[in-house]
Design a protein around this ligand. Structure first.
Ligand SMILES: [Zn+2]
Length: 584
């Protein structure tokens, strides 16, 4: 379900970024802009500016920048969709969704969430009141779960019997929805039975705190399976959700790290021992979506695995998922538990200090990468080194260019006792040896000024200049880097003349050149609008001149190769005239 682009445009046109930011960071007016001490780095004199014209913020100190949506994502650590919903609710708007051709229409989701919430209340009430609940209470007590922790995680009890939930909802339509929400199971003859029976219930909440599914643990050792999850439903996607993430955020506004464990009881036991930053995947391997959600909240993620073969397999999957997502500053650790132990049992025997000591000694990803692959290969021989590089190649290729990649390559070279350059040759990637790691561009570094770049910058600051272009098609044919982007921007602005910079940039959020556009947008342009308008016209003229020259050269080549047609000869002459006028 996508949010329509037009809605995001409208949202950013109607939102006032100054008002949004001022709520969190009190702003002072300074000329055309507003200023404050930057909330994203420590400073005593303000270098954080908010521009009401651009609907854009930018810090000259640390380079932080973005739109109202970006601010909520970075400051409030919201997901994109959450930030959109937040802004919409401030304006009293409902976020519309585009039908993505999914089997289940989204308009039913609010009803499903309501039923899930009702079921949640029901399960919690049963834990307190049902005569058979004593077994569940005893189990939790025996595992050392306090009333406070049980409440924080909303633990409940699904009583024995096949029809408890079904009986509460005799209406056939509601029963269909209960089935769609994964609470009851349909069987032939329009009959239903409860999915969760005689189990301790763990509600699974999404990042906004809504219950979207449940996990249930058996109480009777003869029942199977030991853990049962809600199936995938229109509101519950296992590959995206992490058990306990909402609860972490309720406890810690700015957690330092997150620990990824396997089960509900691990999360709860760790919280009980005052390690309130653990989350669990829901019976699936760690996905890229999971990791992105984690990295949005923290820089350090530690995976916790059993020390057995299954744990090692899970670890190498996690490694593969993590490699392409790691950015500079991120830290990923691998913690392997002694055989036969899980976080639940370990934290109960070693306590918080003992367990946290293990976390701090977790194996860094770069080390795990080497060790996991060095296992079967003798890296002392030349042959072994070559084979080792060959196995690592597909993994190392996924690393984003940057300091982290450099570090991993260095460590690998050290490990193999090879010069870095030899390793890089072996990897078939000589790039890093010659080009130094690019420093993070800051606003003070002047951006190289090419005509296309200059045109884009002017356009970003004055979107209305888009209307000045007569011949978009002519621009499109120019062979210069960036021209495609420039034309795309022009097209967008000509069909949406009300977009401000913020709204425009938001449209590019997921595209490759987003960073590039942000860099250009946060420059300050000296001069008045009139002067800039003339400048824009000049740049366009220059671009057209380039176009003429490129065309002329093409004709020139053809002329010497095979000769020109009558029409081409005419064009050739006209171009010569135009170019000689341009040069005078
Ligand atoms: Zn800053």
């Amino acid at each position: 379900m996508r949010i329509p682009q037009t809605f995001i445009d409208e949202l950013l046109t109607r939102t006032d970024i100054v008002e949004i930011i001022d709520k969190h960071v009190p702003l002072k007016k300074a000329g055309k802009e507003y200023m404050a001490c930057c909330p994203f780095h420590n400073e005593k004199t303000p270098s954080f500016t908010v521009s009401p014209q651009k609907q854009f913020y930018h810090c000259f100190g640390c380079g932080a920048h973005g739109t109202a949506i970006g601010f909520l994502m970075d400051y409030e650590r919201m997901e994109f969709v959450e930030a959109v919903e937040e802004l919409a609710s401030m304006l009293g708007l409902n976020v519309p969704r585009e039908q993505g051709g999914e089997t289940q229409p989204d308009r039913d989701s609010p009803r499903l969430l309501e039923l899930l919430e009702q079921a949640n209340h029901y399960f919690q009430q049963q834990l307190r009141e049902h005569p058979a609940a004593q077994k569940a209470v005893d189990y939790l007590k025996q595992r050392g779960v306090s009333g406070e922790i049980a409440k924080r995680f909303g633990l409940g009890f699904a009583p024995p019997g096949w029809n408890n939930l079904t009986q509460l909802h005799p209406d056939p339509e509601t029963r269909q929805r209960l089935a769609a929400a994964g609470l009851i199971v349909a069987r032939p003859g329009n009959e239903f039975y409860d999915r969760f029976r005689n189990r301790i219930i763990f509600p699974i909440r999404n990042r906004r705190g809504r219950v979207i599914g449940f996990g249930g643990r058996v109480l009777d050792a003869n029942d199977n399976p030991k853990y049962l999850n809600s199936p995938e439903t229109p509101v519950f996607h296992k590959g995206r959700e992490l058990y306990g993430l909402y609860e972490v955020r309720e406890q810690l506004r700015h957690p330092q790290r997150l620990l990824v464990v396997e089960g509900y009881m691990d999360v709860i036991a760790l919280a009980q021992f005052d390690i309130p930053y653990a989350v669990a995947t829901l019976g699936t391997a760690t996905s890229a979506d999971h990791l992105k959600a984690l990295f949005r909240l923290v820089k350090e993620v530690v995976f916790c695995f059993d020390g057995d073969a299954a744990g090692r397999r899970a670890a190498s999957k996690a490694l593969e998922t993590a490699l392409p997502l790691i950015e500079d500053g991120h830290q990923v650790g691998f913690l392997f538990l002694p055989e036969g132990q899980d976080p639940d049992s370990l934290v109960r025997s070693e306590g918080r200090q003992g367990f946290e000591a293990r976390i701090t000694q977790a194996m860094p990803l770069s080390e795990y990468l080497l060790h996991s692959h060095a296992r079967q290969i003798d890296t002392h021989s030349v042959d072994g080194k070559a084979r080792f590089i060959a196995t690592l190649r597909p993994l190392l290729k996924q690393l984003r260019p940057g300091i982290f990649r450099e570090l991993v390559l260095r460590k690998t070279a050290e490990y193999l006792q090879l010069p870095l350059s030899a390793l890089e040759q072996g990897l078939d990637k000589p790039v890093t040896a010659e080009t130094p790691v690019p420093a993070r561009p800051t606003s003070r570094q002047p951006v190289k000024k090419t005509p296309v770049r200059h045109a884009i910058t002017l356009l970003l600051h004055h979107p209305e200049f888009a209307q000045k272009i007569d011949d978009l098609e002519a621009l499109r044919e120019i062979d210069l880097p960036g021209i495609k982007l420039f034309v795309e921007l022009l097209e967008t602005l000509r069909s949406n003349p009300n977009l401000n910079i913020g709204a425009l940039l938001e449209r590019w959020r997921d595209k490759d050149n987003a960073k590039h556009l942000l860099t250009l947008a946060r420059q300050t342009l000296p001069g008045e609008k009139q002067g800039l308008s003339a400048e824009f016209s000049d740049v366009i003229k220059n671009l057209m001149a380039v176009k003429h020259e490129q065309r002329w050269q093409a004709l020139q080549q053809k002329l010497s190769r095979e000769g020109l047609s009558q029409a081409e000869k005419l064009e050739y002459q006209q171009l010569l005239d135009v170019m000689s006028q341009q040069n005078t």
